[in-house]
Write a protein that binds this ligand. Structure first.
Ligand code: IYT
Ligand code: CU
Ligand code: CU
Length: 316
């Protein structure tokens, strides 16, 4: 029933309730080609500060390969939905990822008392949902899809604010046929303490393993390590490892150039590569920073001390 597919804000059940839900659903789409990426923009329904406290995915298991939720100021389009597979993408300005659902991976839950802060005053005016339809053979019957995400939200200020720290390589070059190329990224951390609780890795097909660390007094502590060939969801991070002023955060992606006949660069297409390590953290709301990133190449000297596990490919 297509009328079930329309995006809507469900008003509070009670007049004075601070809680509400937002449904981000594809409006009954029929992708015709495999590996179609469709995006949907939805204005944050209030100008007041509000908080996402839970995510409820609705995805057709036989067709949806992954879903990503972004927050931003200016989406590429505000029409009901658009093809966001090519370079045009999701947002005109900086976007920040807030949620990932991937087939065959357990979805992330936010810890208690933690919320993503959104609202037209906090620089997050739009939600953009990206859905990757993988195998579209299930659409041969011409049924329409309303996959998406329900956000549980509240106006009640949360003690802790969720955020994302993205480490990414911008200059890696992978030589054809070369068995091992490391992309090393590291930055000094100079903000208030963060508590990483989930991490996500992203490369394209040449990535073998991606690991993220905190370095304190020369000691490397693992935040998370995963194969980017497994579903690219947020996985639980090592909760013992927090990051504070004076620490260094570092990530290594291991690539193989086998099977390529020319150099592979960082870029947006599937013939290019990416090296991303995302940390999802929470932070005291008093001095919350919702998005941070690191794009500096890690020094040889620093990475001489990286634990050996970072070089061990994960079998998939
Ligand atoms: C060049 C690159 O590595 N791009 C990544 C990381 C990235 C994410 C965001 C870069 C920027 C962003 O605003 I959000 I600038 C990249 O595109 N990663 C993809 C998605 O676009 C999020 C991924 O699946 O991690
Ligand atoms: Cu996908
Ligand atoms: Cu990519």
């Amino acid at each position: 029933n297509p009328s079930d597919c329309v995006s809507r804000v469900r008003p509070p059940q009670l007049f004075n309730s601070q809680n509400f839900t937002v449904d981000l659903r594809m409006p009954g789409v029929l992708p015709t080609e495999s590996d179609t990426y469709l995006c949907l923009a939805f204005p944050v329904p209030t100008s007041r500060d509000s908080y996402i406290v839970d995510f409820l995915p609705h995805a057709s298991m036989d067709t949806v390969h992954h879903m990503l939720l972004f927050g931003c100021q200016t989406p590429v389009s505000t029409s009901s939905y658009w093809d966001c597979g090519s370079v045009q993408g999701t947002c005109e300005d900086e976007s920040s990822i807030m949620y990932a659902w991937a087939r065959n991976a357990p979805p992330t839950k936010l810890p208690k008392d933690v919320g993503f802060k959104v609202g037209r005053n906090s620089g997050m005016s739009y939600f953009v949902l990206q859905i990757h339809y993988g195998d579209v053979s299930a659409f041969r019957d011409h049924h329409r899809d309303c996959s998406g995400l329900t956000l549980r939200m509240t106006l009640k200020p949360q003690p802790f604010i969720a955020g994302i720290y993205l480490l990414m390589s911008v200059d890696t070059v992978i030589l054809p046929g070369k068995k091992v190329t490391n992309a090393d990224v590291a930055c000094d951390y100079d903000s208030y303490q963060i508590y990483p609780f989930a991490f996500r890795t992203h490369t394209h097909s040449l990535g073998k393993v991606v690991s993220g660390y905190r370095i304190r007094d020369g000691k490397w502590s693992l935040i998370g390590r995963q194969s980017p060939q497994l579903p690219q969801a947020f996985y639980p991070a090592n909760k013992e490892v927090t990051v504070q002023y004076g620490d260094t955060v570092a990530a290594r992606c291991v690539f193989s150039g086998e099977g390529r006949i020319s150099k592979t660069y960082i870029g947006g297409t599937s013939n290019d590569e990416m090296c991303n390590f995302y940390m999802m953290y929470y932070m005291d709301s008093k001095h919350a920073v919702p998005f941070m990133s690191c794009m500096e190449t890690g020094s040889k000297e620093l990475f001489r001390h990286i634990p050996a596990e970072a070089n061990v490919p994960i079998a998939v």
